[in-house]
Design a protein around this ligand. Structure first.
Ligand SMILES: [Zn+2]
Length: 336
């Protein structure tokens, strides 16, 4: 048996959270960091509290593919007695089972994306994904280069098969990105090399690209790029800490970074045609050490809540709200 696929008309008028996770992040759990887990049922109760109708949802990490003790220490090695034979095999399978088999009463509230590692065992990953697609509707592909320590540029080499697959199935791709070049895996400058080479594929760059004016201008100028607001509250906090040090103040969008709401209003005004509201649930809080390269780690200690993300959306005028939580989202998800 296979499940029906939601269409544009099923999403009309709905408030869509375009960026959320389900599953576990075992590396974070092993380091006693936060957050580390979420279920579809838990997300549903967040939806109820926030007046959200539908969530785009994807796995957290590919940790079941890796050897756990080195992973916790920051080394990504394939485990010998591997639990997930290829990256995200178990995680993608469980996500789809959770949405469609285990919580059928909630299925119509979720748009699952599958996650891929753009560099490791890519053809084998694709074989597994094709099997899953026979049974389950999938609405897009999520790639977080830094959580599997694979560069986004691998999409132009070993990961090319995922681009062909996205094109063939009309699936959009959501990329975790950073405007900080020291994040060698997720640097937006490298993401744009992939995007510019593939104008036929719809991409969304996550986390407002850390409010980088030059990258946001590039997104606005490209026909195939959207930008999500995931974990907005703590991205603003992070930006305030990095401005003048790691990122240039002059390259930030024009807004008061001491006021989350002012930044949210500014990005919606200046880049509204491409902005998509998403919360990053449950990663709207981020208390962890993240590895940026073989030798560089970055400490995060940032606290936000689902209601902070919801409030920012509610503070916008109704027309802006509809644009960023519905119209733009549907265009990114399903095309025009
Ligand atoms: Zn995320």
């Amino acid at each position: 048996m296979s499940y029906p696929r939601l269409k544009k008309k099923d999403l009309a008028g709905k408030v869509i959270d375009a960026h959320s996770h389900a599953g576990v992040a075992l590396g974070a759990y092993g380091r006693a960091e936060f957050p580390y887990a979420q279920t579809i049922e838990g997300l549903y109760y967040q939806q109820r509290s926030g007046g959200v109708d539908v969530n785009v949802v994807f796995p957290f990490t590919a940790d079941l593919y890796f050897d756990m003790p080195p992973l916790v220490a920051g080394r990504y090695l394939k485990a010998r007695g591997v639990i997930s034979p290829v990256p995200f095999q178990v995680e993608n399978t469980l996500l789809l089972r959770e949405v469609f088999d285990y919580c059928p009463e909630l299925s119509r509230r979720f748009l699952p994306f599958i996650s891929v590692d753009p560099a490791r065992e890519t053809r084998a990953q694709l074989r597994v994904i094709k099997q899953l697609l026979k049974r389950y509707p999938v609405y897009g592909i999520k790639i977080n280069p830094v959580i599997c320590q694979s560069p986004v540029s691998a999409l132009l080499k070993a990961g090319q098969c995922f681009l062909s697959f996205a094109k063939e199935h009309n699936l959009p791709i959501l990329l975790h990105t950073s405007s900080v070049a020291a994040d060698v895996f997720s640097y937006a400058g490298n993401a744009f090399k992939v995007i510019d080479a593939h104008p036929e594929i719809r991409f969304c760059l996550a986390h407002c690209i850390l409010f980088s004016k030059s990258f946001l201008d590039r997104a606005l100028a490209a026909p195939n790029v959207w930008v999500d607001t995931a974990a907005f509250k703590i991205q603003v906090d992070l930006c305030r800490d990095l401005a003048g040090k790691v990122i240039s103040r002059r390259n930030l969008i024009d807004a008061d970074f001491n006021d989350h709401d002012d930044v949210h209003a500014a990005i919606c005004n200046q880049y509204g045609a491409r902005i998509i509201w998403g919360t990053d649930s449950p990663a709207y809080v981020y208390i962890c050490r993240r590895q940026l390269s073989k030798t560089k780690w970055q400490d995060f200690d940032y606290k936000g809540r689902y209601e902070d993300e919801v409030r920012l959306l509610r503070n916008r005028p109704p027309a802006v709200r509809r644009t960023v939580s519905n119209h733009n989202t549907i265009r990114f998800l399903m095309g025009t």
